[in-house]
Design a protein around this ligand. Sequence first.
Ligand code: ARG
Length: 562
Amino acid sequence: MNYKRLIAENLNIDGFTADEIEGFIEVPPTKEVGDFAVPCFKFCKALRKAPNQIATDLQQSVGVIPGIEKVECVGGYLNFRLDRKAFTKEVLQKVIDGGDRYGASDLGNGKTVCMDYSSINIAKPFHIGHLSTTVIGAALYRIYKFLGYNAVGINHLGDYGTQFGKLIYAYKAWGNRETVDKEGLKELTRLYVRYHEEAENNPEMDDEARAYFKKIETGDKECVELFNYFKEITLKEIDKIYKLLDVQFDSYAGESFYNDKMQPVVDELKQKGLLVESEGAMVVNLDEYDMPPCIILRSDGASLYATRDIAAAIYRKNTYDFDKCLYVVAYQQNLHFKQIFKVLELMGKPWAKDLVHVAYGMVSLENGAMSTRKGHVVLLEDVLSRCYEKALEVINEKNPSLQNKEQTAMEVGVGAAVFGMLYNNKIKDVVFSYDKVLNFDGETAPYCQYTVARCNSVISRAGEDGGFDWKDITVNDDEFNLCSVLETFPDVVKNAAEKYEPCYIARFAVDLSKAFNKFYFDCKIISTEKSQTAYRVMLTKATRYALKNALALLGVKTPEKM
Ligand code: ARG
């Protein structure tokens, strides 16, 4: 229902199109004034009349608009009040019919959107920063699928570079399979750190490490096996976290996948006259675009991160024929993406315009200064388990007899962390606070999850309902307000996709929870009034659908009881 459109089409204002009028229509800050308002001062100049006069004239000339109950002039505004019952009826019908697909659409029409997210580095610990790209990317993935797109999730693994030669050196010198099997990434990190300590006094180690890396590239059996082993260890560990977060990928083609796909890029750049020599390196000059040159080959002939990204973009276009390709990567890499997008454009790829860097801000912990001392990073695993423990504490306090406490605490704790990451505009730097994300009365996952559990309890207490006739119903302010929020969900999902902002959905979940809780406390849902009870239970069911759908898109689970 587009009421703004409906109103605009019913107003005749000389010299203004319905589109223009629609653009002027506002939603008043309070519902007492009306549901929509046309600010008549916008037409003063053109009509050469005072706003009051314009409002009065319009009020007299506008006929009956179906769905609108009242039209009033107040202080130069023409205010419209909806027929609340008709509105409520229509919204509820739509939500209940949609059910767990309410908010979904076929807007995407099967168009393909590639998404590069998480993209972790092999043999490196996962820290809290990886949570952003992972949860933002995974949310966008679900949102695009919900809108009928064919989403392709890609984990562009950082599995290329001399650090793997160093790791092989360290492993051969001081490592063994047993410890790595047992300790996983922790041991790999230890080996890597030890390498750096020892190499400080023995710079010749670097030559050996480089040689090992070369061997990986040229397919030496032992080195490739070791490299694959490190990769396997890393993926096994991250997989546990992906499972917790309910994150999926369609491809794990990482940087090393493009080993044999970079030469054609270099050849094409050469052939198109884009490659020039600069201090021994081969670069694409981007002076004209106010950017430093994009380095394609180092002076020793080695490829770079950018080279592999250019090869990857071409590969993705050829393989998936995407309509759009998103890169969910921190804003520190703004320049990198601007450069490679420009290079692809200069190569004459018309689809370079369909590449989008979805940048996000930094995450730090509340006591970040302390926890990062001595380069000690905050591990993602520790963050999630601390959230779990804190959630368990709250549950033990609030509802000690709850069954399945551990499972619920896991869903609440992980949900809190995920939601906390998604609640702000993604470009903002955020400070992660355990107390804030786990506040059951805050703008948090637990607050929304608790609201779903409350809906569940109302619905099960109500039992079978006998239905109702709309003619017996009057819609009060709380009910109307709840429906007004419910009604926005399909647009919220669309906007979230368009702007790459899962936070719109997180905000919706909080707004809906607030509206429902107000209704819950102000109105007796289950009473002796049969029709009213059935109607209010229907409102509760609709809320539950929309809220569960919203949270599911964000990757937040909803326990039955809390
Ligand atoms: N592995 C990189 C990092 O941790 C992120 C890769 C992002 N994706 C890409 N296609 N460049 O910084």
